[in-house]
Write a protein that binds this ligand. Structure first.
Ligand SMILES: [Ca+2]
Ligand SMILES: [Ca+2]
Length: 446
């Protein structure tokens, strides 16, 4: 893939030492010291990524009164979630450390405290982001059912999951009857259904009645993704892999930020984020800078000035046929990124060209009149892990800093480590994940 420099003058190239490739070494000294509460399990008193003796030590100190409990800093010290930290929590966390089978408390992707029986042995999945998370966590053998028909799956990435029984014909819902039929075939039943944050809310009551436990996890942002890996990974007794994932992402972030730090603020580019799907018959949804989709673009060192107020107090506004509001100065930016769902692995340049023609080049959406068109425009497959997406953004946004092939390098490292299903011969450089005008211009009808 070739990228064209976007409004950026010469900036010194940082040698491409791929620090993130080293992530996941078993050296104890390398363990990340993150204390942002990413492992959202009550009992994780120290707020780091681990539930271990350190937590017991802190809870004991609080129970004895030698340390004052700071609820804000150490919210999970209250292991049994009864509002107080005392010797009952000491006993509780001892059982957690022993990884006993028991009811425990965690915080879900909607930031709600939930109780669940630990560990989860068998699950079902609703949603493509959740399927990607399960794939990355290496827990496919514990997945008894998935939402949607095999037709909705990425037939390369989800070749294993697509063979699992369907628990609905919709990619975003559960069909209680279909679910029950699948659950009956599983010895011990299905312990929980992994779904997106705010997912299946309209089905909550039906799920409660059918005894279906929903675990809502947010994988739509990078932060949410790490929390999902660590927290859900814990519930699945899959901690080693979860820590590998968190370490990989931390190392990638460190590498990316080191490179971004070389770019002075006045050389940072502006971005506009669109979201759409491959079946779209609109110009896409313009996203505000607070919409989850914008997070990864923002993190890769761009300025996004579109607020909810600009979009009629909403996080998104449709570019419909005949619209020209997006041509006003406010919406012009150095890059326009369309995050598209439905483009998976093995999507060809021809497929991207068809989309490009139907949306970007269609006169009714007036995209060609935007100042970033064509070389600042890109289509990216939304159904890929956050760090991979960001690696491609980085290369597209700041080619002089990240260098050609940065996206592929992150992508390849990720697949080698976490997408074993793709096989040892998988070559990231043969995929188009982020598609630029250069990739399709010769294929567009003139
Ligand atoms: Ca801890
Ligand atoms: Ca307590």
């Amino acid at each position: 893939m070739k990228f064209i420099a976007v409004g950026l003058v010469a900036i010194l190239i940082v040698a491409g030492s791929a620090v993130f490739l080293l992530a996941g070494d078993d050296d104890e000294n390398q363990l990340p010291k993150n204390e942002d509460g990413r492992l959202m399990i009550f009992g994780n008193a120290t707020n780091d990524d681990y539930l271990d003796e350190d937590d017991l030590e802190l809870i004991e100190s609080i129970a004895k009164g030698s340390v004052q409990w700071d609820k804000t800093k150490n919210p999970y010290a209250d292991a049994n979630h009864d509002g107080d930290v005392n010797f009952a929590d000491v006993e509780f966390v001892k059982r957690l450390i022993a990884r006993e089978s028991m009811d425990i408390w965690y915080v879900d992707g909607d930031n709600k405290v939930q109780q669940i029986h630990y560990p989860l042995k068998t699950i079902a999945i609703v949603g493509t982001q959740q399927m990607i998370a399960a794939q990355a966590m290496g827990i496919l053998d514990k997945v008894a059912g998935v939402s949607g028909t095999p037709l909705v799956f990425d037939n390369v990435l989800h070749k294993t999951l697509s063979t699992r029984p369907s628990i609905s014909n919709s990619p975003t819902k559960i069909d209680i009857t279909m679910y029950s039929n699948v659950a009956q075939t599983v010895p011990g039943g299905i312990d929980a259904v992994l779904c997106a944050a705010s997912g299946l809310t309209s089905q909550q009551e039906a799920c409660d009645q059918a005894g279906i436990t929903l675990v809502r996890m947010d994988s739509s942002t990078l932060k949410g993704e790490i929390r999902t890996f660590l927290t859900f990974g814990y519930l699945m007794q899959n901690e080693k892999r979860s820590h590998d994932l968190a370490q990989f992402i931390d190392a990638f972030n460190a590498d990316m930020n080191k490179k971004l730090d070389t770019i002075p603020d006045d050389k940072r580019i502006t971005s506009l984020v669109l979201s759409s799907n491959t079946k779209s018959f609109m110009g896409g949804l313009v996203c505000s800078n607070t919409r989850a989709f914008s997070e990864r673009v923002n993190l890769v060192g761009t300025h996004n000035n579109i607020t909810n107020a600009d979009l009629g107090n909403d996080e998104k506004k449709m570019i419909a046929e005949g619209d020209v509001w997006h041509l006003s100065a406010k919406y012009q930016s150095d890059v326009v990124v369309d995050m598209v769902t439905g483009f998976g692995y093995n999507t060809t340049a021809e497929d991207f060209a068809k989309f490009w023609e139907r949306i970007f080049e269609a006169p009714e959406f007036s995209m060609t009149k935007m100042s970033a068109y064509p070389n600042g425009f890109a289509v990216i497959s939304r159904d890929i892990p956050g760090p991979v997406m960001m690696g491609y953004y980085a290369e597209f946004f700041y080619p002089e800093v990240f260098g050609e092939g940065y996206g592929d390098k992150v992508h390849q490292a990720w697949c080698d480590r976490f997408f074993e299903d793709l096989g040892p011969d998988f070559d990231a450089s043969k995929q188009i994940i982020l598609c630029t005008y250069d990739d399709v211009k010769d294929l567009l009808k003139k």
